[in-house]
Structures are given as C-alpha cells and as structure tokens.
Design a protein around this ligand. Structure first.
Ligand code: ATP
Length: 786
C-alpha cells in the first residue's frame, strides 16, 4: 500500500493568512466607523478620529496632536468619502485637512503598487507642491504607499520613468497635463481622490483649461477636495462642475475678519520716489527679525536685492522670483526657512501657501493686485499659533481704492505715519552705484519699466492709476541718470503696434495682448511709436542701434525698440494672466505690412541680399561626427552652479548609461534581424542543394527528434518557421544557445520509435552554421558523410 504523506503545515503561510484576515477585518471596522462618524461632534484631537494606526503614529511623531478648526470640520466629512470645498484662513492647517483623508482613503482600500495611481494633488506653484510633498512624507511615513513630485523644471524623461510606479502624485497642473499627453502608459483611470489646493490661484494663473482637461481624464467616481484661504466665483464654478454634492466647509465666514487674529496690520502712504528710502530705513531699524518683502516684478526684486546688498544694511538678504532656476529657487526657499534673521525680497511666487517658519514681518512695498493677494501675502506670517506683523506701502493715488477693497474683505488694517526725519535717503548711493556699474544701471532701467508696466496692467483701475505716477522723480530715486523711454501713445496708434507682434509669440499670448489693448487703453498705451523709432534720430541712437555694441546698447535696444517683446516676455507680472496653457506650440504668423516698390527693389538688390544673407554658424562636431551649436555646451559658471562635480558626473553617467542601454537593445535587434536574414538565405540554398542530392532536411530543437511517421515537407517547413519565431522571441536571453539540425536520407524510417541508428539511416547531428568557419566544417562533414 502506498504510504500517504501528510502535508506539513506551513507555519509562515498560515501566520500570513491569519494576519491578512485580521487586517481585512480591521479595515472593515475602520470603514464602518468612518461611514458612521457623527459630524456634529466636537472632536479635539486626531486620536478621536477613526484613523489607521499608521496614520496616528505618523501624526504623533510629527507632533500633530490637537486639530485646528478647519481640520476638525473638514476631516470627518472627507473621511466619509464626501467631496469638500474648504475655505480657511492662511496658516490654519488646510494641508493636513486634505492629506489625512487622502492617505486614509487609499489605506482603507488596501492600495498597493499594483493598483497604480490612486490620488492626485494639484498645487499652483512648484514650491507649494514641494511643501505639500514634505508634509505627506512626514504624516505618511509609516504607510507603504509610494508618492512622487511632478513639478516641471526637471528632466521629463526621469519623471516619465518613475511616474507609473507612484500611488500618490503631487503636481503642478501644466506638468501633469504634459505627462497625460506624452507619457506612455500613464494612467489616471483608477484615481480615488483628487485634491486642488489653492484652487482659486490655479484658475487665476490661467490654468482653467488645463484643469478641465485633467479632470476630463479622471474617472467620474472619485472624491474631490478643494481648499483655499480665499474663494472666488471661478472656484465655485469649478466646484459646481467637478465636485459632486460637495460639503462647503468655511471657517472664514464665521469669523469677524478673514486674516489671523494674531496678525497686526498697518499701512503707510507715501510717494513712489520715497519707497526705497522707507524700505531701507525699515531694514536698518529692524535687523533682528525675519521679513518677507513683496515687490511687483522679477526686475524690481533683482534691482532692490542687488543694490541693497551693495549698501550693506547689516542683515542677510535673499531674493526669490520666477526667473530663477528651479534648483536655485528651492535652495533659497530652504535657506530662508532655516534662517533666524533675514530679508527675502520676492514676487508673488512666494505669496501663496508657503510655510516659512517664524516670519515676523510681511512688508508689501508694491501694492498687491487685489484684496485676495493681500490676504495670501500677509498669511506668510502669523501662521498656526504664532503672531506676526504686516506693513503695506500705498501711494496716495492707491489709498482710497485699496482701503475700500480690504474693508470689503473684512481685513482690519490701520494707517501709520512715516517720520520723514527718520527716513534715510539712499538716492545718492543708488546714483553712484548706477554710475559705476552699467549692470546696476541696466537693472534699474528694467525695474523702472517693469514697475510702470505692472501698474499699467493692473485690472483694478480704481486702485492703480498709471497716469498719476511721477516718472522722472521715480527714475531719479532709482539712481538713474535719465528717465527710460516709455512713450504713451493714443489708442489709434497702438493698433499698429499690436500688428507687429513678433513671430515667436504663441497664439495665446497674442490674444492676451490684444485684449489688454482693447480694454485698458482708454487714455494711454505703454507702447512706443515703433515706426518713428525704427529710424535712428541722433548719433547716439545710431550708435545704440549698431549691433555688437557693448551690453548697454542691447539694453537700450531692449528698452526702446522692443517694448512689445518685453510686454510679452514678462510672465511674472501680477496681472498678466496666461490665457492659454495648452501644450500646443503653434505660432501665430504676424500680419505684415505691404512693402512699397522702393523697399521691394531694395530688398531684391544684390548688395542687400549679400549683406543680409544668413551667416554660417560655428558648429562643433562630437565624437560621432554630429554637429552641435557652440552654445549647446554649458559654460563653466553654469556648470559649477549646478552642483558639485562628482554628483553631476554621477548623474551624467547614469543618464548616458540609460541611453547606451536603449541603443544596445536597438543594435541587438538589428544584428538579430541580419543574422536571421542570413540564416534564411543559407537554409534556402542548402535545401536546394540537398534537393539536388535527394536528401530531406529535418530541423528540430537540439534535444527532440520527430517521432511521427509521414512528416510532410510542408509540416517540416512549418516547423522550420516556428523555430525561427521562437528564436526571435528568445534572442536576447539565449542568443548563445545554438540549435542543432539533423539531416536524414529520404528512405529513412522514423516511425517505430527505435533508436534511428539501429536502422539503415544516416543521421548526422551538426551545429547550425553561423560563421564562414561553421559553413566550411558543415560542407566537409557532408562530403565525408556522402
Ligand atoms: N494640528 C496641527 N497641530 C500643530 N501644527 C499644525 C497643525 N496643523 C497645521 N499645523 C502647522 O501649521 C502651519 C500651517 O499649516 P498649513 O501650511 O497647512 O496652513 P494652510 O492653511 O495651508 O496655509 P495657507 O493658506 O497659507 O496655505 C504649518 O507649519 C503646520 O505644520
């Protein structure tokens, strides 16, 4: 009797099974508790909520114990799976209010890497996305979910490789849409939770179309959470479209004002030329503090930063704006976060969501575009339970309009007076800096133009009045020897100028300029009379118009000749809202003016053609003989600023290794195809030769011999083909495995299963010939055999 073996109990398997059952039971209970969570209870701490142990541990280790008001109200609703539209003051903890439900939702669904992307968080700026990512890393540290940051400014290929492995993505809208369009296998059809942080800003930045396109790519059955400190009509419109029966949670409406109670807010009224004197005096009298200073454009920020650094105020100065490289921006963000006493000059890039710890003051040297931006800017101080101060500089012409806008938004702000006796005048120092350093002068000119333009572009004309600005005095206050040329022309003349929009401008931007001209040019237009300017008037103008002049000529050209270009390149302007963020690179062809006969003849003259013929470009050839532009190669300064040499080298080698790997695969495929082609040719030739000698070829895999009687030639050929297919599929792994062939004489009997050698048959096992040597050996063997 056969002995029946008893199966050994596999302890680890059983243990795992029991554990899994317990986990599932735990998840069921958690789900039930969430669904039955009473919403009107006054929860105080996170412990009172039905959260997973892993989240509880993450919160505890990050010192998040007691909930803030928005967390108390929003988290229970979101845990029940409802959509939430949340509004709460700056610094009140909205980030956790959406991150906790997001993590818990995926956890309760036992989300794993196999399930793919489960949650998306969209933020308006890269810095904010990085910050959210850091909070997620802190509170989600005990979970095994994978999370990635998709924010642009980095290599798309690297992101493309990793993006498909993520469960949670924190991203900026443009880059996310780019991946949706370009990344193979990037799937969003399993998304469970979508978060839009600072939704109003996303829309303000002109990302409405992008967000709509993203939402269209997401499954309808999902939870959507939208948060901001300010809610605009456009957010409510978006909420109506993308949220399903949302719960509106607001802790602003209940309170008397919409800024933190621990924030003291003041404004002062001054004239434009006094602004920098007052700012410098403020810095000199507040050295032991951490201050965020807002200015209206990148050029303003750069000029104030560069000049104030040279004036040595006695406190570290930093600057942050959108024209800096991403790595630099993050470096400054981290540096300012870690510093105790410092001044950061910034554009509105730092206005939203950023959580710099312990900022004492927010000083707004240039007025915000509206009350919402004011609320977000001052929200960088007095965060969570800290206190803070805010100071706003207003021009006399701005006071009434801005005060009314702030009152309407319930912003408690008091007026203070500036003691002129205590103000330090820095005009002479700035003049001397501009005189000594053309770069500073150039920056000053650009700062001047960009400020005037930013005022001109503001949409709220009840606050911003460009015609009230004292231009000459302002230029002098910046230390400039003269007032940069910004001509104000009448509306009719501006029409001509808009037709001369350069080719390179994308269609969206063109529309934007046209719109601006049509609604904002009732009295003035910040354009110069292009036609007149085309002809150099004075010797100086001629000199400046000559190419290859010093840097100043270019600066002059940029300031005077290319005002239109400048307007369009200034993306950082507060009110310059991008009309179209689609990834299309269609360019608009400008309308061209008809040429006169004289001009036409001139254009066709030989001299003109030779003079204007395209010049050859200097190219550098690499090792493979491919040409490159000289400036494709990075200059040393850029190279050094990109990080230390070793890590750059490592990164470079890794990238090149990836490229080599891909190239290797292509080479292998080409080589394989060539080999196969060669083999087929040889086989056909061999078959013909054998047919002449009355021998039939039978090709088998090395170990098997056919046992069926009556293998017809067709079948043999089929077998032959299949063999090739197998070989092609396994080529990479088994390219060294050689197949063997057996050649049988026509009257050999293969039927009876006996060893064919016993029969009167000629069996010869040889290796498939691959090289010339193999072929010679095969020919010899065949000759011997015959
Ligand atoms: N429950 C909590 N306990 C302790 N600190 C908290 C809690 N919730 C949030 N914070 C802290 O409060 C600060 C502000 O939080 P957060 O950045 O989420 O605010 P916010 O409402 O998103 O602000 P903003 O509107 O400016 O984006 C952060 O430093 C955060 O660590």
């Amino acid at each position: 009797m056969p002995i029946q073996r008893r199966k050994k109990p596999n302890r680890s398997n059983e243990y795992r099974k029991i554990k899994r059952e317990q986990e599932l039971k735990g998840l069921e209970v958690l789900e039930k508790n969430c669904q039955n969570l009473p919403l009107n209870s006054e929860y105080e701490s996170f412990k009172e909520l039905p959260l997973s142990l892993l989240t509880q541990q993450g919160l505890q280790q990050s010192n998040y114990i007691v909930m803030t008001e928005i967390q108390r109200k929003a988290i229970p609703i979101a845990l029940r799976g409802r959509d939430v539209l949340g509004a709460a003051k700056t610094g009140s903890g909205k980030t956790l209010a959406f991150l906790i439900p997001l993590i818990e939702s995926l956890y309760r669904k036992s989300w794993s890497q196999l399930d793919g992307l489960g949650a998306l968080v969209i933020a308006p700026t890269r810095e904010l996305a990085v910050q959210i990512f850091e909070v997620l890393r802190k509170v989600g540290r005990m979970h095994s979910l994978s999370a990635g940051l998709v924010i642009g400014g980095k290599n798309v290929d690297v992101e493309q490789e990793r993006i498909n492995r993520m469960n949670i993505l924190i991203c900026t809208p443009g880059r996310l849409l780019q991946h949706m369009d370009q990344t193979v296998n990037f799937k969003c059809d399993n998304i469970q939770v979508l978060v839009l942080d600072e939704a109003d800003r996303i829309l303000d930045l002109g990302f409405e179309k992008t967000v709509n396109a993203i939402i269209e790519n997401l499954p309808k059955e999902r939870q959507t959470l939208m948060f901001s400190a300010t809610q605009t009509k456009s957010v409510k419109d978006l909420a109506r479209l993308s949220l399903e029966d949302p719960e509106y949670v607001s802790v602003i409406e209940d309170s008397e004002n919409c800024t933190p109670l621990s924030l003291s807010q003041h404004y002062l009224v001054c004239e434009l030329p006094q602004k920098l004197d007052i700012l410098f005096s403020f810095i000199k009298s507040h050295l032991q503090v951490k201050v965020l200073v807002f200015l209206s454009s990148c050029k303003q920020v750069r000029f104030v930063f560069e000049t104030f650094c040279k004036l040595h105020p006695g406190v570290p100065l930093l600057h942050l704006h959108g024209k800096q490289k991403q790595t630099k921006r993050l470096e400054i963000f981290n540096k300012f976060s870690s510093m105790k006493h410092a001044y950061l000059f910034a554009t509105d890039i730092a206005a939203r969501g950023l959580d710099f710890p312990a900022v004492d003051w927010v000083v707004q040297v240039d007025a915000p575009e509206n009350a919402e931006t004011y609320i977000h800017r001052v929200g960088r101080t007095a965060r969570y339970e800290a206190s803070g101060h805010a100071l706003l500089f207003l021009l006399t012409s701005e006071e009434q309009g801005m005060k009314a806008a702030l009152d309407k938004k319930k912003v408690p702000i008091d007026k203070i007076k500036v003691k002129s006796s205590k103000t330090i005048n820095i005009q002479k120092q700035l003049q001397s800096l501009c005189f000594k350093d053309p770069e500073i002068k150039y920056l000053g000119q650009k700062a001047f133009v960009s400020y005037i333009r930013s005022v001109y572009l503001q949409s709220d004309k009840s606050i911003f009045k460009v015609d009230k600005l004292p231009l000459e005095e302002f230029a002098a206050a910046l230390g400039l020897p003269g007032t940069p040329k910004i001509k104000f022309v009448k509306k009719s003349q501006s029409k001509n100028i808009t037709r001369q929009i350069p080719k390179e401008v994308p269609e969206g931007d063109t529309i934007k300029i046209l719109k601006m001209n049509s609604n904002a040019l009732s009295n003035f237009d910040v354009q110069e009379e292009k036609r007149k300017e085309d002809k150099p008037k004075t010797k100086l103008d001629k000199m400046f118009n000559r190419k290859n002049m010093s840097v100043l000529a270019d600066h002059y050209k940029k300031l005077v000749d290319q005002e239109v270009d400048n307007i369009m390149s200034e993306e950082e302007l507060i009110t310059l809202k991008r009309a179209d963020h689609e990834l299309s690179d269609e360019l608009r062809q400008p309308d061209r003016e008809p040429l006169s006969r004289r001009k036409l003849m001139k254009a066709n003259s030989k001299k003109f053609i030779i003079k204007n013929a395209p010049r050859g470009k200097k190219l550098i050839f690499d090792d493979d003989g491919n040409p490159h532009q000289v400036y494709e190669f990075q200059d040393e300064k850029d190279f050094r600023s990109a990080g230390d040499i070793l890590s750059q080298k490592k990164e470079f080698l890794e990238k090149e290794f990836e490229v080599m790997k891909k190239e290797d695969i292509t080479d292998k495929i080409i080589a394989r195809d060539k080999r196969q082609e060669k083999k087929i040719k040889k086989k056909v030739k061999l078959k013909e030769e054998l047919a002449e000698e009355n021998i039939k070829p039978v090709v088998t895999l090395s170990t098997t011999l056919p046992t069926n009687k009556g293998f017809h030639e067709d079948e043999l050929n089929k077998n032959d083909e299949r063999d090739f297919e197998e070989s092609s599929n396994e080529e990479y792994e088994r390219s060294s495995n050689k197949r063997q062939a057996a050649y049988l004489s026509d009257h050999d009997d293969l039927n009876d299963g006996e060893a064919p050698i016993n029969k009167k048959r000629k069996l010869l096992e040889i290796e498939e010939p691959e090289t010339l040597e193999d072929q010679e050996t095969l020919a010899l063997k065949l000759l011997n055999h015959l």
